[in-house]
Design a protein around this ligand. Structure first.
Ligand code: PLP
Ligand code: COI
Length: 331
């Protein structure tokens, strides 16, 4: 099972009225009827999130670090000039959807999980370029397997001359338009036989920013875990988790700093990380016709260790740091 959508029965919807959120409710209706003048259609006023629920061996279900999705979505809300989502509403939305679709949460041992997609759109009649008066928060979900084909298999990526986000733009938030902008470079990369795109920093095109739908990280020849420091990338929850695991579980030195594409040979291992991507090892990066292969092209030892730790934590087989797992209470 990949990211082909299997529809689940229930989704959650909450609406604003006069700037305040209602309590929201579950619905079986997968269609949304909104005004043709809605900002989401014309001016792209939309953000989204992605998080997963995992079934552990003991049968209990846990969400992975949903507090960070809550913080991030509200960062995005501010940036698209939409009203803050209260914590109670966000948690009610995600937990009620996971509970209502409990039969679709994949079993422990399948390597699958329930991917949850909260999103917010500006809606209601509007013509001028200004924030909407009304908003919808919705959450739907689907059982998923791996995002990049092949599971823990190293894949080939290519840089692009296109940018997914502008220098002082929306790269930091999970703004729908960033993904619209990524479709064409993604198609080019796929058509040329690559698994995905590596974006460079939009200002100078000399530094690695991130992967189309995941962050980039790499391991130097002297075993430092490095991940780009850049104002234009999404602050990945998986990346934060990997940095912590590298430092506290593997005793590695970690650095957030610029990663110059011309100096890519400083790395012996590289990977893409994200909720959907989990950890996807990068076999090679092609840049301006030059192919740089990391190590022997197979999954490197540090990436394998990080993958085992992270996935072990997802499924409850490795002890999680305090506060990382949010139990879905079923009563
Ligand atoms: N970067 C981009 C552009 C993404 O779409 C994602 C996916 O959410 C990530 C990075 C990884 O973020 P996270 O680990 O929070 O899922
Ligand atoms: C995620 O990992 O949650 C993402 O947003 C990637 C995706 C767009 C499927």
């Amino acid at each position: 099972m990949g990211y082909a959508l299997k529809e689940t029965k229930y989704r959650f919807r909450a609406w604003t009225k006069d700037g305040a959120w209602d309590g929201g409710s579950l619905t079986e209706d997968k269609n949304i009827t909104i005004h043709e003048g809605s900002n989401v259609f014309h001016y792209g006023q939309a953000i989204f999130e992605g998080l997963k629920a995992y079934k552990h061996q003991n049968g209990k279900v846990y969400l992975f670090r949903p507090d960070l999705n809550f913080e991030r979505i509200n960062g995005g809300m501010e940036r698209i000039v939409a009203p803050r989502i209260p914590e109670k509403l966000f948690f009610e939305a995600i937990t009620s959807v996971a509970k209502a679709n409990i039969d679709d949460i994949p079993e422990y041992g399948t390597g699958q999980s329930l991917y949850m997609r909260p999103f917010v759109i500006g809606q209601g009649m509007n013509l001028g370029v200004k924030p909407s008066d009304e908003y919808l928060l919705s959450v739907f979900c689907a059982p998923v397997g791996v995002y990049f084909k092949g599971g823990l298999q190293a894949l080939d990526f290519i840089t692009t001359q296109y940018d997914r986000a502008a220098g002082n733009g929306m790269g930091k938030v999970k703004f729908a338009g960033n993904y619209g902008a990524s479709l064409y470079p993604r198609k080019q990369a796929k058509d040329a036989g690559y698994a995905g795109v590596i974006y460079l920093d939009p200002q100078t095109h000399s530094k690695i920013d991130e992967v189309g739908a995941a962050n980039f990280f790499a391991v130097t020849h002297d075993n430092v875990l490095v991940t780009p420091k850049s104002p234009t990338i999404l602050e990945s929850i998986t990346r934060r988790s990997i940095l912590y695991l590298a430092e506290h579980y593997l005793g590695m030195k970690v650095e957030e700093r610029e990663c110059f594409v011309d100096n890519i040979s400083e790395f012996k291992e590289a990977g893409a990380c994200g909720t959907a991507a989990i950890i996807t090892p990068i076999k090679s990066i092609t840049h301006q016709g030059n192919v740089h292969q990391f190590g022997d092209g197979n999954v490197g030892p540090t990436i394998k260790k990080l993958y085992d730790l992270l996935v072990g934590i997802y499924y409850g087989d490795v002890e999680a740091p305090e506060g990382w797992l949010h139990e879905l209470k079923l009563d």
